[in-house]
Ligand binder design. Structure first.
Ligand code: GLN
Length: 442
């Protein structure tokens, strides 16, 4: 499909899948070299940016996020900002203040989250690359549910300038695409030092040596609690890896069990401070009664326009940071984070990557999600959060399809700054794996 025809069908494709919050109305690709989309928590000059929250409605940023600016400089045309869970709070993109993206393999099912719209766009449009953001798994989860490749690079590899923060010590911008080669190509475009984000400044060069993966470690804790379909697909993927000459070894990583509770303490602690800036005065929504006392005014705007999950996380995160409780929760969670990092470092001394399924089940149906409690939602992330709290690069690649026809992904986690071995793995895997694209159309 040419870029022009993609642009001409954007409206009708979006009305079927709901991947975009904002999109271009321009049908002329001009001299663009490629089309891309970006998660709606990355600021963009020419499109409304809401991060999935109604409190930001009407916010047109004055500047591009560095990652978006670099994609444009490389010849990319931004075609849309993708729907997501409000501020990244979720696993299915159903916590969006706007439209909920629908899975390209089955419209009754979720795309995963929180970069659900990005995974959907990557799966639906041909030759399309989408920028996503991961705090606790928001690139790999939707990549797995939508059957595409997705990578979250090492924390600090890509500048967070212009990213609407969820958890500043956790957020990473990465890439989703149906083509394995796009991971290397576009991480190279967006990575690197940026004076405007101090956490991106000092970093080892991104290597592109094509370093082969020789051995993977499969943690016992990573193969517990899987659905039958995921277990079967993962086991046959392991056989395939062995055939490709890769050593597969089972290991123990006991800290992985504690990563999920630690993550939700760290993430909500940071989120609750980040959300304090939305008071209906500086960005987005500005309606309210200006004769009110300031705290009544702020509370009114926040009650009206934050969704339930955002409110829950403000409460949780405020509690875990409170005097008298922070030692018991926040400080403990930080200690667990160090133990998880040490666990990865130990295993990655002898192996090129840690490998497990990305998600324990395939994309759930919307009616099943509505029956899940908040805790059920959080628990679904137990396989993706460990690499995220460790800040290690991780990638989901499609590895099979369930009896329901839905895609299944597996997640490789490499050592800090070692994206090269992941890129090469994706490129090698693509040659072996029989990808079944969804039937798409407007
Ligand atoms: N599902 C996780 C959460 O709700 C991760 C989301 C993310 O990475 N933004 O926090």
């Amino acid at each position: 499909m040419s870029m022009k025809s993609t642009l001409e069908t954007l409206e009708s494709v979006n009305s079927k899948y709901g991947m975009f919050h904002a999109k271009t109305s321009d049908t002329d690709p001009g001299d663009a070299k490629f089309l891309f989309s970006a998660k709606d928590n990355l600021t963009s000059k020419d499109m409304e940016t809401c991060a999935g929250s109604r409190i930001l409605e009407g916010y047109f940023p004055a500047f591009d996020a560095t990652a978006i600016a670099r994609m444009r400089e490389a010849g990319g045309k931004l075609i849309g900002k993708t729907n997501m869970d409000e501020f990244g709070f979720g696993t299915f993109s159903t916590n969006s203040g706007f439209e909920i993206p629908r899975n390209p393999y089955d419209l009754e099912r979720a795309c995963g989250g929180s970069s659900g719209g990005s995974a959907c766009a990557a799966a639906v449009f041909e030759d399309h690359v989408s920028l996503g953001v991961s705090t606790g798994g928001s690139i790999c989860c939707p990549a797995s549910f939508c059957g595409v490749y997705g990578i979250a690079p090492t924390y600090g590899r890509v500048s967070r300038y212009g990213l609407i923060d969820y958890g500043n010590s956790l957020d990473k911008i990465g890439v989703l695409s149906t083509k394995a080669g796009d991971l290397r190509k576009y991480i190279n475009v967006i990575a690197g030092r940026d004076e405007r984000d101090p956490t991106s400044c000092v970093q080892p060069e991104l290597r592109n040596e094509g370093r082969k993966m020789r051995s993977v470690a499969v943690p016992k804790e990573g193969v517990e609690g899987l659905s039958k379909d995921v277990e079967a697909a993962f086991n046959s993927a392991l056989d395939e890896l062995r055939r490709m000459g890769i050593d597969v070894e089972m290991v123990d990583m006991p800290s992985l069990k504690y990563a999920m509770p630690a993550y939700y303490v760290l993430a909500t602690s940071e989120a609750s401070t980040n959300l304090a800036r939305y008071v209906g005065m500086r960005y987005g929504r500005q309606d309210g009664d200006y004769t009110q006392k300031f705290d009544e005014f702020f509370s009114g705007v926040r009650s009206r326009y934050f969704g339930d999950e955002a409110k829950r996380r403000i409460l949780l995160g405020t509690f875990t940071r409170m005097a008298g409780y922070s030692d018991r929760y926040y400080s403990k969670a930080r200690e667990i984070r160090q133990v998880v990092i040490q666990d990865y470092k130990g295993v990655l001394k002898d192996h090129d990557a840690v490998l497990a399924p990305t998600m324990p089940f395939t994309a759930p149906r919307f009616d099943d999600i509505s029956k899940m409690s908040a805790l059920d939602n959080y628990k679904a992330d137990y396989l993706t959060v460990p690499a995220n709290i460790a800040g290690t690069p991780h990638m989901s690649v499609p590895c099979g399809y369930g009896s329901d026809g839905m895609p299944i992904g597996m997640q490789f986690v490499a050592d800090h700054w070692d994206e090269d071995v992941l890129f090469t793995m994706a490129e090698d895997w693509e040659k072996e794996f029989d990808m079944k694209k969804p039937e798409v159309g407007a």
